[in-house]
Design a protein around this ligand. Sequence first.
Ligand code: ZN
Length: 292
Amino acid sequence: MKYKISAYSTALFSTWINVEELNLLIDAGDGLTASLLQKSRKIKNVFITHPDRDHLNGLPQFVQLNSRDGFPRIYYPKDSGSFPAMNSFLTKFDPHVSLSSWIGIEDKSRIEIKKNIVVEAIRNEHVKSPLGIHKSLSYKIFEIKNKLKPEFLSKSGNEIKEIVAKNGRDFITEKVESNILSFSGDTPVDDYSKWDGSKVLMHEATFLKNDGDTQIESKGNKHSRIDEVLQMVKEIEIGSLILNHFSSRYSKNEIDRTVIKLIDELKIQIPVFLVYPGEIKRDILRTKPINE
Ligand SMILES: [Zn+2]
């Protein structure tokens, strides 16, 4: 299934990503409600990757508009003090915000956001922190399906019916998870294997070349460079790639040229989509890939 993914993502300014069918928002940079309008009201679960302001400053208006008995649920890296501080400020500012839920999570936390759809948090190294302290997370989304166990594949319909009548349906099926979407959040490229098998990978590519930004990197937070991201993509199996979080210093032309050149050099075959700085891209997977 092609999910309807829409996003705005420009390093330093704002990042938010909406997956419409999953009522899901990843990160909540400013402009999110102004851009999504009524669609923002369908969002039930929000996963914030880290406490940089460009990833959370859209929350005040979002929760003000949408707080109702336990929703939205806002998940954040549990050792970030920014979220409890914001929650307590917003509850004074707009008392009905107390109806929303704010939930700290950590590496390997798994949350079922819909029947058979699970979001898993994975630690990344964007924000430097000791092991066991959770300040920056990536997210992977899994779809869980019940499939017939291999040993029953050759049985006839009647035989299956008999076995189910005797032992129950769980006896013949097993749960199979597929990684339908992955979101890197802000992160350096490190362990390739965590994205291997993603049907869709949305990865940051703050830099086109080796010209580390004093402003973006002022806190020592680590980002990815496009050639490192594409080198990784070449070496793993994914279905399609959405590149986002480019620095606004680069023009669209410069981004296109650099990405196309690397795709050619590395012989990358999967569709690659770009979210340009300063632009909202709606329903990304139904737009034309840069390499088509
Ligand atoms: Zn960022």
